[in-house]
Design a protein around this ligand. Structure first.
Ligand code: SF4
Length: 370
């Protein structure tokens, strides 16, 4: 941990005047100058708030916006979402990544339909108990839909609080999470938790941004520890750097008279429930001849192997992973091949209705399969 002996808060016993100043100025900024406009702002329907929060987990607002609109158009209430087919919902989710979110969202919608009579819970503890809902999302729903006094703590909040109060406890540690949660609860405007939560998230997104924050126009700058001590670039602090691992997916598009063979991903790995062509994952990128000699393909008939051609490659970056995908095509003269056991043949015209990970969609579009 780094120390800033003069300025950085050693304990969470902040000056009361500093705490009051923060909440007062933040609310003032929200009333007078916060012009961030998002379709879910001022929303009080718990279903729509929940949907927006699930979509926005690990996703920027601009990226999540069209998804939110598509979901609310297709499924205007929780029962409509609960009644939808898995395949349809996964296809709508396509491109957002983190497919577990989509799986949990469907599970929760069906749980609310079947166990709670289609009515969204209105107690914080009951909201928090829903699958896929953590403390942040529960606080957002509880405050925006029901005005309950629970403070949100997300990346924006960590950043604003660590900079304004000069807290250098790493935000990715248990201690840091506890300290920031306690500080956020203390600062919360209890009578107007919805406006307060909206204000702090918007300030973090539009003024106190990760890079190049607009301190010159910030309502909080007079008493901001980071701003007044040139520590803005040093806060918040994280204890570990993200390790990014590469994975190498070699996809073989087995085709036959206008159809492509696809299988559904299972197991608890990335892209669960989405579809893909036949996959060979390797520890390193393989050349075409190495691929043909791999355990999965070596027993295939010679004429099949000789018709296999390389089609291109694409990379997709996830939070902890870079997935490098390599595509090969192999036209078969009949549909049965012993290695094609768990999937199905899909006509090219129907491929657009199948849910694929983003990189596969990009490849299929590029090669005009859609
Ligand atoms: S003055 Fe700058 S660092 Fe401090 S809260 Fe405002 S934008 Fe953030």
């Amino acid at each position: 941990m780094r120390y800033y002996p003069v300025y950085i808060a050693i304990s969470m016993n902040f000056d009361k005047a500093q705490l009051q100043y923060f909440t007062k100025k933040l609310m003032e900024w929200h009333r007078v100058d916060n012009d961030r406009s998002l379709p879910w702002k001022e929303e009080q329907d718990p279903y729509r708030i929940w949907l927006s929060e699930i979509i926005l987990q690990q996703t920027r607002a601009e990226q999540g916006l069209p998804y939110y609109e598509r979901f609310t158009d297709n499924y205007p209430n929780i029962t409509a979402l609960a009644n939808a087919k898995d395949e349809e919902v996964f296809r709508l989710w396509q491109g957002l990544g983190y497919y577990n979110r989509c799986k949990n969202m469907l599970f929760t919608a069906r749980y609310i339909r079947d166990e709670l009579g289609g009515v969204f819970p209105d107690r914080y503890e009951d909201i928090l108990a829903l699958k896929g809902v953590g403390a942040y999302t529960a606080a957002a729903i509880a405050s925006f839909a029901y005005g309950l006094p629970h403070a949100v703590v997300d990346g924006n909040v960590y950043r604003v609080l660590s900079r304004f109060f000069g807290v250098d406890t790493p935000i990715d540690t248990t201690t840091g999470k506890k300290e920031f949660a306690a500080l956020a609860e203390e600062l919360l405007h209890k009578k107007d938790s919805a406006s307060y939560n909206q204000a702090i998230m918007d300030l973090g997104a539009t003024v106190c941004k990760p890079a190049a924050p607009d301190c010159a126009s910030c309502y909080l700058s007079t008493k901001c520890v980071a701003f007044n001590n040139a520590l803005v670039a040093d806060l918040p602090v994280k204890s570990k750097k993200l390790k990014v691992k590469e994975r190498y997916f070699h996809y073989i598009l087995f085709t036959h008279q206008g159809s492509v063979w696809v299988e559904k991903r299972t197991g608890s790995d990335i892209w669960e429930n989405l579809h893909q062509p036949y996959l060979i994952e390797a520890k390193e990128p393989l050349t075409l001849s190495q691929l043909k000699k791999s355990a999965s393909l070596i027993s295939l008939p010679k004429e099949v192997l000789s018709s296999m051609v390389y089609e291109g490659s694409l990379s997709q970056r996830l939070t902890h992973r870079i997935i490098k995908t390599y595509y090969y095509k192999c036209e078969l003269d009949k549909q049965d091949l012993p290695i094609l056991t768990k999937g199905k043949w899909v006509d090219n015209k129907a491929l657009k209705r199948v849910a694929f990970p983003k990189s596969i969609v990009s490849f299929l579009e590029k090669k005009s399969y859609f």
